[in-house]
Design a protein around this ligand. Structure first.
Ligand code: AMP
Length: 213
């Protein structure tokens, strides 16, 4: 089973995916996490991707599509977080999966207002080692700057800083939102969930909707 989670940066895709993978026994594939690993390892993909990521832009389709279709094929049943992000990526993914006889099962869209996104990202601190995420007001780490789970250093991602957030949101509205129409018109199950509130409540709604399919 392949599920896709779509939403603006800061919608809680990563947080909700971690909860959903436990329940549905799926792998979590985050394109952003894969890029951050490539960047940390200073690979060719990482060096190219970094320029786009730091500027709040999408990494070009040809790089993402090859990297992610390979990763999806290797993972099997999974939840995709952050991919696809353009209609071209969605179409290429469909083509690859249909060849494999394993089409996308459902697309979940997390809806959040831009103001809430900006507030969440400005306060977000992440652990690059284990992927845990904290909020400086609502879910503070026990020790300032240190990950509760693995004790690594927490960082404020460069692309979570105010000057980049508005660019990322504009990119989301222009390039990623049209995917929803693409999936609707291709007859896929599309679930839309309000993700502006409490994390546990959002998980409950997600689970009840996904259980239905
Ligand atoms: P994320 O952690 O999902 O917010 O991704 C961080 C950044 O990685 C994004 O702002 C993009 O620059 C890049 N990125 C991640 N996934 C994709 C994708 N599917 N297509 C293009 N760029 C991506």
């Amino acid at each position: 089973m392949i599920l896709i989670l779509i939403g603006p940066p800061g919608a809680g895709k990563g947080t909700q995916c971690k909860r959903l993978v436990d329940r549905y026994k799926l792998k979590h594939l985050s394109s952003g996490d894969i890029f951050r690993t490539e960047i940390a390892s200073e690979t060719e993909i990482g060096i190219t991707a970094k320029k786009f990521i730091d500027d709040g832009k999408l990494v070009p389709d040809e790089i993402v599509i090859e990297m992610m279709t390979k990763a999806v094929r290797a993972a099997g049943d999974c939840i995709l977080d952050g991919f696809p992000r353009t209609v071209n990526q969605a179409r290429s993914l469909d083509e690859a999966l249909e060849k494999d006889g394993c089409p996308v099962k459902a697309v979940v869209v997390l809806k959040v207002d831009d103001e809430i996104v900006a507030q969440r990202l400005t306060n977000r601190r992440v652990c690059l080692h284990c992927g845990a995420s904290f909020h400086l007001q609502h879910s503070k780490p026990a020790v300032d700057g240190v990950c509760d789970a693995c004790k690594s250093k927490l960082i404020h991602r460069d692309d979570d800083k105010a000057e980049v957030i508005s660019k990322r949101l504009a990119t989301y509205h222009k390039q990623t939102e049209p995917i929803v129409e693409y999936y609707n018109s291709s007859g896929k199950v599309v679930l839309t969930v309000d993700a502006g509130g409490n994390i546990d409540e959002i998980t409950k709604v997600l689970i009840s909707q996904i259980d239905n399919i």
